[in-house]
Design a binder for this molecule. Structure first.
Ligand SMILES: [Ca+2]
Length: 451
């Protein structure tokens, strides 16, 4: 009888262990977090469709999900209670992985909508919860995905409240008049007295993105159409691009993603998967590069006359690209060459860009980090080396990449991990070394100072 009892105990114990293991692996599978992705998780993600995994999460994991939601709700209530106060949430010391960079990170509330991760980060609704910022003189200007505009004075980051001021604008009036459904703001950029915004919208013809601009002032921003891309797509996608940057000779730059129309990307008779320069007076445009997928970061190196962009690859293959444009359209390879792989079917991408007449990325990431905005601090030492600052969504990090004087060689790399924060936007203030970041999970404004 004793033996039978023991046997029974062992069976019960092993059953519990097996159940525990299954729950643990499933939890790993559907919970967010770049660093948790081991080979087993990646394999399970491949074999279990996202929809089923989400259903399991919402029914089976109701308690951890609710607990997680509860934490968020507490923060959100606090956020709404303080409205435009911009209260300091926390102040923590934080170091990069290889300890090259040490910061005191300050985090302040911003009065905009948070991204809802239960909806899935790529949902259409969440596209209106991606917010952007720029530095304008002594002020930091922010615009929400829904088109709200606010600012605060730089000095306020020394205090406990940013005390945002609202600037009214006519974005919603434009949407109403034109009968557009808003797809969200995709970037803001200050240039020579004007604010430029890229606006995603949907009308009878489908989805598209245009640029509007307004004379900058702190009372009212009256936006007018600046440039129509006349590029349409029929189904919602995150592969939109939309970054705006100052360029030479009275021009600005704009990135337009492939919006899944990959067959069009390699030809020059359309704007899918391109970076274009737009003349500010004539409003005429030129293609400066093609072969892009979803360019979420854009920076122009004035002294070197180089256009730098970051872009999302497919599964893996996020890239940092350098374009020394000399009148000939540069080709960055998509959808022919990529270091990533297809999500659904097995497509064989060419790997080498150089050997196939495309421009090789300076850097690529496998797995993807969800690469976003890119800023560059030039001439950081006596060797005239430069520092790339790259924000990432999926990897919740800022990457610091030190490169040679000619931007052709990587000297070292480091990474600052900021737990549970997708970092949508990033601006570097070269006057005092402050880095401003948009964290989209809270959402909040992160501030660190680069010494
Ligand atoms: Ca490429």
């Amino acid at each position: 009888m004793h033996i039978k009892k023991n046997k029974f105990k062992i069976i019960i114990l092993s059953t519990i262990l097996v159940i525990f293991f299954v729950i643990f692996s499933l939890w790993n599978l559907i919970s967010d977090g770049y660093d948790k992705q081991n080979k087993v998780t990646l394999f399970l993600k491949e074999v279990i469709p996202t929809k089923i995994a989400r259903n399991i999460r919402d029914s089976f994991f109701i308690i951890p999900t609710l607990k997680n939601e509860n934490e968020y709700l507490k923060r959100i209530v606090k956020k709404y209670d303080q409205l435009y106060e911009g209260t300091l949430i926390q102040k923590i010391d934080i170091s990069s992985e290889n300890n090259n960079y040490n910061f005191n990170l300050k985090e302040f509330y911003i009065p905009f909508k948070r991204i809802d991760l239960l909806e899935g980060w790529s949902s259409e609704k969440n596209n209106r919860s991606k917010h952007y910022l720029d530095i304008i003189g002594n002020d930091i200007f922010l615009m929400s995905g829904q088109g709200e505009t606010i600012f605060f004075e730089k000095d306020k980051i020394q205090e406990k409240k940013l005390k945002y001021k609202i600037i009214e604008n006519n974005i919603n009036k434009i949407l109403k008049e034109k009968n557009y459904i808003s797809g969200g703001i995709r970037d803001i950029h200050y240039n020579n007295g004007d604010i430029y915004v890229s606006l995603l919208f949907k009308d009878k013809k489908g989805y598209s993105m245009d640029i509007y601009n307004a004379k900058f002032n702190k009372n009212y921003l009256n936006f007018n159409i600046f440039f129509k891309t006349n590029t349409y797509w029929d189904k919602y996608t995150v592969r939109q691009g939309g970054r705006i940057e100052t360029y030479k000779n009275n021009q600005i730059l704009l990135t337009i993603g492939d919006v899944t129309y990959r067959d069009k990307v390699q030809s020059d008779d359309n704007l899918y998967g391109k970076i274009i320069s737009i003349d500010k007076s004539k409003k005429s445009f030129k293609i400066v590069s093609k072969g892009h997928r979803n360019q979420q970061g854009l920076h122009y190196l004035k002294k070197k006359d180089i256009i730098v962009n970051s872009e999302h690859g497919p599964k893996g293959g996020d890239e940092i690209n350098f374009n020394k444009y000399d009148g000939k359209i540069q080709n960055f390879g998509w959808p022919v060459a990529s270091y990533g792989d297809e999500y659904t079917k097995k497509t064989e991408f060419l790997r080498s860009h150089k050997d196939n007449n495309f421009v090789e990325p300076l850097k690529y990431y496998v797995p993807s980090i969800g690469i976003s905005e890119i800023e560059i601090k030039e001439n950081i030492n006596s060797k005239n080396e430069n520092l790339l600052l790259v924000s990432s969504l999926r990897a919740n990090s800022i990457y610091f990449i030190k490169v040679s004087k000619d931007f052709k060689r990587i000297i070292n790399e480091d990474r600052l991990f900021i737990q549970n924060q997708r970092i949508r936007d990033l601006k570097y203030d070269n006057i005092d070394g402050t880095i401003y970041m948009i964290f989209e999970n809270t959402p909040s404004l992160g501030v660190i100072k680069l010494r």
